[in-house]
Design a protein around this ligand. Structure first.
Ligand code: 5CA
Ligand code: ZN
Length: 477
């Protein structure tokens, strides 16, 4: 397993790079014998744990975490017509208990509206119970028929964070949608992942929603990945599941709802947007190891160097930095390779000459080498971690800027889509979206695009020439 030799394919060959890095950096093992179902290595799970810790931290400001059952009885699942239509091809059904057929088939949740809302009907009584904001982090099951890919398109989504809120009015639910979008943007900013936010066309909204706002990133190959969605559910589900509350005047009113989700696609984005030809590049906040100390043992001063390296490691650990000492009996080069592959933000090399100078040599995974004084080393290292994060965020933002291009014709559009996404004018008609897709392979991601890279303006539709407004087109995963 620990194959510490051989190079990764270049990230310019993104698909090969992605498949290789998953096992070389010990993130996912794809050898589990069920299609679309993968296994987390402990190292990958360490990244996941910290990334979701951050997500929980942001939500816990005003949400509460909860946990609902995996099994949903068929009669509940079948209540909301649009929802059923959207998911019927993707549901796994449990039909037997042992050899006995079940009276009521049980769905493995593809998402949890129909598990949660019957309970919300019991829990929501009065206006004083609102707003209600709960979330859970669970596995969900979708029988995906498109090409499955680790972390990107799974049949068992292992890390489905879904929030479900209830409000007194449509407007309050709409405000919650905005709040959730802002929270997701904050989450991705903390990870240094630049995003494009837009409103999905009506045919692409969540089944049973009034509208859907989506968060997309652009992968290194130019294809987009939907890494979060926020849905205004209106009163569709509260009607079906009788979620009502007594208002101030003692009247029973239908509630309004939202839901929003993020999956391990967030980890796919993290790996892909920051990684390079040498491996992962991790934001310090989610790196399982933030600093690796490598003693350079040459000549007679081996013991002295090792003792100083141990002391340095303890000092940093004592300051709350996630640090590891690599005192394995390997060449330094092999160690560098190992930790670069795993994206460790800072490497501290300590040799006799460093000791004499009272410093460690710091090498940032994001580039650059410097000497950090051993006196006050924790502060010095914290500064380096901040620099690393800033570089990572800037590099990703610059990369995205190069992937967003304006197109005024179908030809220009096709060209733009070779390297990223296109900003066009579009009339809003499905027929024109279909034509764009036929001619270029790009789909309308959304309108009302929120990004400093995109300015909304009136213009003429790229497909039909009628009046249109700004829309984002991309080829997506
Ligand atoms: N109930 C709503 C909000 S939680 C819901 O299910 N929305 S969703 O269908 O849009 O899923 C939420 C997010 O999960 C998507 O934006 C996408 O980022 C991610 N996701 C959806 N399907 C998969 C899949 N098969 N594999 C990995 N991630 C997925
Ligand atoms: Zn048109």
């Amino acid at each position: 397993m620990d194959d510490d030799t051989g190079a990764l394919p270049s990230r310019t060959d993104f698909s090969s790079w992605y498949n290789e890095i998953l096992w070389r950096a010990e993130i996912m093992d794809v050898r589990y014998p069920v299609k679309g179902v993968y296994v987390w290595y402990p190292f990958g799970f360490g990244i996941r744990k910290r990334t979701y810790g951050l997500l929980r931290e942001l939500l816990d400001r005003d949400h509460e975490e909860t946990l609902f059952p995996l099994l949903i009885p068929e009669n509940e699942f079948m209540k909301e017509a649009e929802h059923i239509k959207g998911f019927e091809d993707e549901v796994y059904w449990v039909t037997h208990g042992g050899l006995t057929p079940l009276d009521v088939k049980l769905a493995l949740r593809p998402t949890s509206e129909t598990a949660i809302y019957p309970m919300y009907a019991l829990w929501v009584r009065s206006h004083a119970d609102l707003p209600l904001k709960y979330y859970q982090v669970v596995n969900t099951f979708r029988y995906e028929t498109k090409h499955t890919r680790p972390l990107i398109r799974l049949r068992e989504i292992t890390s489905f964070k879904e929030a479900h809120t209830v409000h007194a009015t449509w407007e309050e639910a709409a405000a919650q949608v905005e709040d959730a979008v802002a929270r997701y943007c904050e989450f991705y900013d903390r990870l240094g992942i630049p995003v494009l936010v837009s409103k999905r066309p009506s045919w692409d909204k969540f089944p049973g929603a009034d509208y859907t706002i989506a968060v997309d990133c652009v992968m290194p190959d130019g294809r987009t990945l939907q890494i979060g969605t926020v849905h205004h559910l209106g009163d569709h589900f509260s009607k079906t599941f009788s979620i009502t509350y007594e208002d101030r005047d003692g009247e029973q009113k239908l509630a309004f709802q939202t839901c929003y989700g993020i999956s391990e696609r967030s980890i796919a984005a993290l790996i892909s947007l920051h990684g390079d030809d040498r491996g992962l590049v991790l934001p310090p906040e989610v790196a399982p190891t933030q600093v690796v100390v490598v003693p350079i043992i040459v000549g007679k001063r081996g013991e002295e160097v090792l003792a100083a390296a141990r002391h340095l490691t303890e000092t940093l650990a004592g300051a709350g930095i996630r640090v590891r000492l690599d005192d394995r009996d390997l060449r330094p080069g092999a160690k560098y390779y190992h930790w670069e592959m795993r994206g460790v933000p800072v490497r501290l090399e300590l040799g006799p000459r460093d000791l004499d100078a009272g410093v460690a040599t710091a090498v940032l995974r994001t580039g650059g080498k410097s000497a950090v004084p051993l006196d006050g080393v924790a502060d010095g290292v914290r500064g380096l971690l901040e620099t690393a994060m800033a570089t990572l965020r800037e590099t990703a933002a610059e990369h995205l800027a190069g992937q967003v291009r304006t197109a005024g014709s179908i030809d220009e559009l096709a060209k733009a889509l070779e390297g990223g996404v296109a900003v066009v004018n579009w009339c809003g008609e499905k027929a024109c979206a279909d034509r764009v897709e036929e001619d270029t392979g790009g789909a309308v991601l959304g309108v009302e695009v929120r990004s400093a890279l995109v300015t909304t303006a009136e213009g003429t539709c790229v497909a039909c020439g009628r009046k249109g407004t700004t829309a984002l087109i991309g080829r997506s995963y």
